[in-house]
Design a protein around this ligand. Structure first.
Ligand SMILES: [Zn+2]
Length: 391
């Protein structure tokens, strides 16, 4: 918008000068005519320069277009039968046994555990029919424990699509000393963030057929899955000791031209919305809306929860609006969305506040997770993703 007003400022004074020169004066008719001609000529030159300044003006147009498309994006509308169908595609057993269980190990950046779970994520997504483009995005960063190699796992459905919906979580686990009485008992971060990663894997599996069709349709908006490494601090949480993977990816996307070869727009500008899942898995999560500019998308989550509840498609869910609430706010939370938010990306931060009691303790285990809640959240998110992408 500010760039548009700058353009108006350039044209207006010249315009004004041209008009002023054409006003009746005491000068001779010829002089008036000449001045008018000069005015028209200079106006033409300015207009010509403006229209030919391709990189700048196209950049304006392109950038504004992406923003306009993003702001006017409409979700698909579904009948009761369609909602039922999407909910039924979520498989609670597969979510738990296939996706979650292999993630419940120590996953510290740069260790063998990290490599095992990254391979698990890649294998699961690689086995689907939609045809994901998979990538391990590795980089080395200094940490309080010396240089560490971090690896984000990225999956994009259609890399050349103009716009993207991002679903994200972190795959690393925090360094915590094991139980002194039982050294076998290590920190597995079930809610932090194995369950969110398992939910995202299950969403990809549950919606596989529709995502395959979306890719074939060459839709304007595609889906990208992001599994960040290094969300956790190695020691105390600071700006430099935390969010290693998300800081790296946000910077990388900001300097990556998109569509490929573009001199006008970047991959970061192609992000419609970043939906970040964290600390999910416990009983009765209270998830609030953190940002006004994404409140209308938060409303879709509330609506999905209510619709699924009314149709009896959620289990252990006594009241129709249990998880997603707009009537509470307990303050902002530092998380992987920050490097994107700081660069102007729209964010839905799906994290329970207050945090679960077992947060950053050895008790953040499978036993503390509430399976019906995890399945319910996955069904709600399946409706949300289906609506957003009009699957
Ligand atoms: Zn954590």
């Amino acid at each position: 918008m500010s760039r548009n007003s700058r353009r108006a400022k350039v044209l207006h004074p010249n315009n004004g000068r041209a008009l002023a020169a054409c006003e009746p004066t005491r000068a001779s008719r010829m002089r008036v005519l000449l001045m008018c001609l000069c005015g028209v000529l200079s106006l033409s030159v300015i207009l010509g320069l403006y229209l030919n300044a391709d990189p700048w003006t196209s950049h304006l147009h392109h950038d504004t277009h992406l923003m306009k498309d993003r702001l006017s994006h409409k979700p698909g509308k579904y009948s009761v039968a369609q909602i039922k169908k999407f909910a039924a595609q979520v498989n609670g057993h597969r979510l738990w046994e296939t996706h979650l269980r292999p993630l419940l190990i120590e996953r510290v950046p740069g260790t063998a555990g990290s490599q095992i779970i990254r391979q698990h994520i890649l294998t699961q997504l690689g086995s689907l029919s939609a045809g994901w483009t998979l990538e391990e995005n590795s980089f080395v960063s200094p940490t309080p424990k010396g240089d560490v190699t971090f690896t984000n796992v990225l999956a994009v459905l259609e890399p050349s699509a103009p716009r993207r919906l991002l679903l994200a979580c972190h795959h690393d686990s925090k360094i915590l000393p094991p139980d002194p009485k039982n050294p076998q008992r290590v920190f597995v971060g079930a809610s932090d963030s194995a369950v969110p990663c398992a939910i995202i894997l299950e969403l990809a599996a549950a919606l596989d057929t529709q995502l395959k069709a979306l890719k074939q349709q060459k839709s304007a908006v595609t889906l990208q899955l992001v599994f960040f490494d290094g969300e956790e601090a190695f020691e105390e949480w600071t700006d430099t000791d935390s969010l290693y993977g998300s800081r790296h990816l946000a910077e990388l996307m900001e300097r990556t031209p998109h569509p490929p070869g573009s001199t006008k727009t970047t991959l970061l500008q192609a992000v419609d919305l970043l939906v970040l899942l964290d600390l999910l898995g416990g009983l009765e999560p209270l998830i609030v809306s953190h940002f006004d500019n994404t409140a209308r998308w938060f409303d879709r989550l509330i609506a999905a929860e209510k619709r699924l509840h009314k149709q009896g498609l959620l289990t252990s869910h006594p009241i129709e609006q249990s998880y997603f609430r707009k009537d509470f706010y307990l303050g902002p939370v530092q998380d992987d969305h920050i490097p994107f938010l700081n660069r102007g990306v729209s964010v839905l931060h799906l994290i329970p506040t207050p945090f679960p009691l077992f947060w950053h303790t050895l008790d953040d285990t499978e036993e503390k997770m509430h399976r019906p809640t995890v399945e319910n959240l996955t069904r709600i998110l399946a409706i949300f993703v289906a609506e957003y992408l009009s699957l």
